[in-house]
Design a protein around this ligand. Structure first.
Ligand code: AHM
Ligand code: MG
Length: 339
């Protein structure tokens, strides 16, 4: 039975209804509640800004060789601590850590694997632009016993049982999918709970808005050069209409705009990052976002294959990303396949 939408539906109520409808078990529901609670703590930390002493560099680097911000480290710790004791997880993997974190021996081990980018877009923290948390949930293939091997995480995105992101913006939003639709929850700061504010988001199939870091244009491969060139040509070009451009440089914020009003987002391969395979991480960014976008009627592709079907080879693997409004993603992909 669908919950009554005339009254506010909390995340707890929504997840309970999902479980009753056969989507997810008690462990998955508890896991998602704990992740949401941890994100509320991250929202509080980011919201304090300079008053909380949380801005600036941590003075450390992550496995990707990137300088960590204090809030990268704080957010990672919050998510790890929150998820250690519940008994629903076998291990966590984070963009900020080289190896998966096992559940401590003091606690029971569950059957799920959690992957996250604790604070995406962290270059934007110090200038007060939206940042976010992205997460993905997989089932542990090897049952509940023993240490989790890295290879157990290396499952294609189609195996995800849930994915979500939280945007710490002018308000804090949780966007979540359990594999049948994408739903938006808004944090009621006074009550401290996430409330369902958009059910079954549908991304418009067509768009006249694109998001890409144009400063990399000369480094892109030929198909992307041609595709964006045709968008920029506007009314006079082959597309016959003008396109608008937006680039926040926080994937959560750029994807959330697309979830809200459509658009196409890309971080393509370019000659500077070719050796790494791309900029965005498959397991922490591309897969969860692709699942969310597809569940909202959009599409997500590398230019060569559907992102969710990429067989991961490493925990920190990177991929080119093209996602958003279905018909526009198909257009962009056509430039790649024709080439
Ligand atoms: P991060 O996870 O280290 O913050 O990096 C990922 C971010 C994305 O949020 C965003 O789309 C992209 O990097 C921006 O990159 P650029 O600064 O090259 O435009
Ligand atoms: Mg990120």
């Amino acid at each position: 039975m669908k919950p009554d939408l005339r009254g506010p539906v909390s995340l707890t109520q929504y997840l309970t209804e999902e479980r009753r409808a056969g989507y997810g078990d008690t462990d998955l529901i508890q896991l998602l509640e704990i992740v949401a609670r941890a994100c509320k703590r991250i929202a509080v930390a980011t919201g304090k800004g300079a008053l909380g002493g949380v801005l600036g560099e941590a003075g450390t680097g992550n496995i990707q060789g990137e300088a960590q911000k204090k809030l990268d480290v704080i957010s990672n710790e919050i998510l790890l601590d929150a998820n250690a004791w519940g008994g629903h997880l076998a291990a966590c993997a984070s963009e900020e850590m080289e190896h998966p974190q096992q559940i401590p021996d003091a606690y029971p081990r569950g059957g799920y694997l959690l992957l996250f980018d604790p604070l995406d877009g962290s270059s934007n923290i110090d200038v007060n632009i939206s940042v976010g948390t992205i997460f993905s949930v997989l089932k542990r293939p090897g049952g509940h016993r023993g240490r989790v091997e890295t290879s157990e995480f290396l499952q294609p995105g189609t195996n995800q049982v849930a994915a979500g992101y939280v945007v710490y913006g002018s308000c804090t939003l949780l966007v979540l999918t359990l594999g049948h639709g994408t739903h938006v929850f808004t944090l009621d700061r006074e009550a401290g709970s996430f409330i369902l504010t958009r059910r079954d988001v549908q991304i418009p199939e067509d768009t006249s808005e694109f998001a890409i870091n144009m400063s990399n244009q000369r480094f892109w491969e030929a198909p992307m050069q041609r595709y964006i060139g045709d968008l920029l040509a506007g009314k006079e070009g082959p597309r016959g209409r003008d396109f608008n451009m937006r680039w926040v440089a926080s994937m959560v914020a750029d994807v959330h705009r697309i979830i809200t009003r459509g658009g196409i987002f890309s971080y393509p391969l370019d000659s500077k990052i070719k050796a790494k395979g791309g900029k965005l991480r498959l397991m922490y960014e591309a897969n969860p976002m692709s699942f969310i976008v597809e569940q909202a009627g959009g599409a997500a592709h590398t230019g060569r294959e559907r992102i969710l079907e990429v067989q991961p080879e490493g925990l920190h693997q990177r991929v080119p990303v093209i996602l958003g409004s279905k018909n526009e993603v198909a257009q962009a992909v056509r430039y790649h396949t024709d080439a």
